[in-house]
Structure formats: structure tokens, C-alpha cells
Design a protein. Structure first.
Length: 319
């Protein structure tokens, strides 16, 4: 399947939206109106929920899948801590934000957005377990969405719980959609756009924002509708570098020491350098090792038992 270039545009827009949110709230002490209509982090994770199962299916086994995720995530992750040190920040309080999914945030922490990385990694681990135990099904995935909504009604007044549940619900709803992708692919992007607009207008009209129990299903459903609309829309002609992760992971430490609009070009330039000098080489190393292993398997005419797994017609994208 042809690469979905629109998703690359959505990723970079979502990352820049997070930068804009943190700059704006620091400057004006309230959230910008944009975030009544768009949830960038659940949108990121919704994309992961559509792409990660395909990455797992293409892996020889779960260990190779984990190795691919490590090579994609951790080079820039460790570089972000070098940035924290270079800017005079504290490593341990910053690491605790990551380790606890944002439940422990010290005033000394210098990279708050790291909470979502651990949340995603927990979701990836849940996917591995479900696949290995043969529990991955539309019923299981949708049941997890229902569970997230239930937990939001019980504990959603806590903002940290709320944002973690919105992320988890978006991932599992995207997993559910994968099982019906053939049918969903036939719907027009206009249809998805209309549903997205209806859901967001409903949320804005009734004041359903953060910490409201219904923000969990509204956030995850609107994220999926937006992602599917861009999937089925005419595609952007050119592929762009995957700068979204670098923009997301580097911006907050810089914003801590430079709370001005200059953060946008600085972060963009840093993300560009990180992509070409760090992240892309790590991905190429991954591709070399995978291809070498696959050649060995083909030469030996052997198939590992773990390679016999359910493979769905998944959409392609950066994994």
C-alpha cells in the first residue's frame, strides 16, 4: 500500500501544536482556542494504534519488534536528556516524569511531555501480550475503550488520569478500526470530516473538555475520524522528513530557558539535525539488521513458529 503522506503532515502539525500550547499557556496563562478542537497527543497515539500492529506483524518475533521500537525511540530520547544537562536542568526529576507517566512532576523537571512516551510504551507492551496470548481481537480492543471511559467516570477528575485515559482510548479505538479497515476505506474523507466536526462541536457546545468523563470517548473518536479523513483524502505529493518526534521531545527544555516565539525555529532546526544525524541513521541500522536476518531465514528455508500470526491489511506509515 502506498505510503500515507498526509499522516506525516498530521504528525508535524500535532507536534508543532504541542509547542504552541506550551508557549501560549506560558505567555498568556490559559489554553488557546485551538485545543477545544484538536487533541495532539491522542492524535499521535491514534496513528500509532493504526501503524504499530503492522510493524509487529512484519517482525520476525516480538524481540525484533521491541528492538525496532528501541531504535526508533531511544536515540532521540537520550539526546533529550543531554539537552537537559546542557541547559542546566535536573535529570532525575525529569526522568521521573517519564517513569510515572506524569503522575510525579517536580518543579525541577525540565521535560514534561516525556509522560506520553511511557504511556505509549505501556500500550505497545499490552499489544505484544495480546498478540502472543492470541487475545488481540476487535472485541478485546473495543472492550479496552469501554474500560477507559468507565475509568474516566470514576477517576477522570484527576487531569493526569484523564490525559492518560484519552491516550489509551485512542490507541485501542484505532486497534479496533484496523479489523474493519477494508470497509472503512470505502468511506469518503468528507464523511469522516463531517463526523469529526460533529463530535468536536458537540464537545465544545456542552463544554466537554479536559477532566470531563466524556472527554475520553470524544477525544479518541475525533482523533480517529481526523486520521481516517486524511487517510482517504487525496495525498500530499511529497514525503517530508519525520521531524515530529524531535519537535515533540526537544521543545520543552528549550522553552524552559527561552519562553519566546524563537523556540519554534530553534526546535525545528534541532529536530531537523536530530533526524538526519541521529534518528534516520538508527532506522537504517534497523533495516539492515532486519534484512540480514530475513535473508538468513530464506536461505535456510526455515520459518519460526512465532512468524505464524494473524496479519491484517494494515495501512502503512512510519512505525
Amino acid at each position: 500500500m502506498k505510503r500515507i503522506n498526509n499522516w506525516d503532515i498530521l504528525r508535524i502539525f500535532a507536534a508543532l501544536s504541542v509547542v504552541y500550547l506550551h508557549w501560549y499557556t506560558g505567555a498568556f496563562k490559559h489554553n488557546p482556542a485551538l485545543f477545544r478542537w484538536f487533541d495532539p497527543v491522542p492524535t499521535f497515539v491514534c496513528l500509532s494504534g493504526l501503524v504499530i500492529p503492522g510493524s509487529y506483524s512484519k517482525s520476525v518475533n516480538w524481540k525484533e519488534f521491541v528492538a525496532k521500537r528501541v531504535r526508533r525511540v531511544y536515540p532521540a530520547f537520550f539526546a533529550s536528556f543531554l539537552l537537559v544537562i546542557a541547559l542546566g536542568g535536573h535529570v532525575w526529576p525529569t526522568f521521573m516524569v517519564y517513569l510515572t507517566c506524569g503522575f510525579i512532576v517536580s518543579p525541577l523537571a525540565m521535560n514534561g511531555p516525556l509522560w506520553s512516551l511511557m504511556a505509549e510504551e505501556i500500550l505497545y507492551c499490552s499489544h505484544i501480550i495480546a498478540r502472543l496470548r492470541k487475545l488481540w481481537s476487535p472485541l478485546t480492543a473495543f472492550s479496552m475503550c469501554i474500560l477507559c471511559t468507565y475509568l474516566a467516570f470514576r477517576f477522570g477528575e484527576n487531569p493526569v488520569v484523564d490525559r492518560n485515559l484519552r491516550v489509551a482510548s485512542s490507541f485501542f479505538l484505532a486497534n479496533t478500526a484496523l479489523f474493519y479497515m477494508e470497509a472503512l476505506s470505502k468511506l469518503s474523507f468528507v464523511t469522516y470530516g463531517a463526523v469529526w466536526a460533529f463530535v468536536r462541536v458537540l464537545g465544545v457546545h456542552y463544554g466537554i473538555g479536559g477532566n470531563h468523563a466524556l472527554s475520553v470517548p470524544i477525544s479518541s473518536l475525533s482523533a480517529l475520524m481526523l486520521v481516517m479523513a486524511l487517510r482517504n483524502a487525496p495525498q500530499f505529493k511529497w514525503q517530508i522528513p519525520d521531524l515530529s518526534y524531535g519537535v515533540y521531545i526537544y521543545h520543552f527544555p528549550i522553552l524552559k530557558v527561552l519562553p519566546s516565539p524563537l523556540v519554534f525555529p530553534l526546535v525545528f532546526g534541532l529536530a531537523l539535525g536530530s533526524w538526519y544525524l541521529l534518528e534516520k541513521p538508527a532506522l537504517q541500522l534497523k533495516e539492515f539488521r532486519v534484512s540480514h536476518r530475513m535473508r538468513s531465514l530464506l536461505q535456510g528455508l526455515r520459518l519460526r513458529p512465532e512468524s505464524k500470526r494473524q496479519v491484517l491489511p494494515l495501512p502503512e506509515g512510519s512505525a
